[in-house]
Design a protein. Structure first.
Length: 109
């Protein structure tokens, strides 16, 4: 089971890396960031194929998207100087609570 969550963490990392490369690719006009972005997204989806065999797809997608949104929001604030209002921070906190609850009370296949 630990291996499954390792793959899920890798998928989240790859998805976040790809999303963070979107503004750097400048509408896909920069070749290197665009190629890295594509590789990141393909890697994320590839890693997810291993996870959905062990966990329900609803749990996988909720965790993947929730932690991805949280991480991208924090990294956007740090690297791209994007603002986060207190309401956004509260929403991000609730996403984390939701991910924890979903994973704590889900049954594996």
């Amino acid at each position: 089971m630990l291996k499954t969550y390792f793959f899920l963490g890798g998928a989240i990392f790859c998805e976040v890396a790809g999303t963070m490369l979107l503004p750097i690719s400048q509408n896909f006009t920069k070749i290197l960031p665009t190629v890295a972005l594509g590789i990141s997204y393909i890697s994320a989806l590839y890693l997810l194929t291993f996870v959905v065999n062990k966990l329900p797809i609803a749990i996988v997608y909720a965790t993947w998207s929730g932690l991805g949104i949280f991480t991208i929001s924090i990294l956007g604030y740090i690297f791209f100087k994007q603002n986060l209002s207190w309401q956004a921070v509260l929403g991000l906190f609730l996403i984390i609570v939701g991910v924890i609850l979903v994973n704590s009370f889900s049954e594996t296949i």
